[in-house]
Design a protein around this ligand. Structure first.
Ligand SMILES: [Zn+2]
Length: 174
């Protein structure tokens, strides 16, 4: 069972004690990401492991899974995008220390003075992984000739469709 993620953590302490987080976050809790989404229904499955590597660098290894609802820039219809992101972040106290991290790590700059909301890190990673120009994989422009092949429409209609029902579903689809 997945719990809601804690709102505040101390990542360095988590690394020292080798903690894991296994939880979920509602997409609705990520306002910056939401600007790119059609809706925020859904959750992100979050797994984070904190540890210290052989060189003494504290790090977070994470895996984030969700499905996002984006707008295809070609047909302007919804496209759902499943995402599975693996992150490896090195913990640093200051931006300036980020360049000392070994290449395998992206920096996670942790402010010394306050606890960190892990959700903001998950949100950052999802935003970084968004496609610059979201587009359906298939040629998706509305076109009656391609209608029968449209994957979004083939919602397991066992019955043969009459021309009239095709027309009516065309109308409701717009
Ligand atoms: Zn499209």
């Amino acid at each position: 069972m997945r719990q809601q993620l804690p709102k505040e953590i101390d990542p360095f302490r988590f690394a020292n004690t080798g903690r894991e987080l296994d939880g979920k976050v509602d997409l609705a809790e990520m306002p910056r990401l939401a600007e790119s989404l059609r809706h925020t229904d859904g959750v992100v499955k979050v797994w984070m492991r904190f540890d210290i590597d052989d060189t003494g660098t504290p790090f977070m290894e994470g895996r984030f899974e969700t499905t996002l609802s984006l707008t295809c820039e070609r047909c302007l219809q919804e496209m759902t995008l499943p995402m599975e992101i693996d992150s490896l972040l090195g913990l640093v106290r200051h931006e300036k220390l980020a360049e000392k991290l070994s290449d395998q790590y992206e920096p996670w700059v942790v402010d010394d003075t306050e606890l960190t909301d892990p959700v903001s890190v998950v949100e950052d990673e999802l935003i970084l992984a968004l496609p610059l120009v979201p587009k359906h994989d298939e040629d998706c422009l509305p076109d009656e000739a391609k209608f029968s092949g449209d994957e979004e429409v083939e919602e397991k209609e066992a019955k043969p469709t009459s021309p009239f029902s095709v027309l009516s579903s065309l109308k409701t689809k717009k």
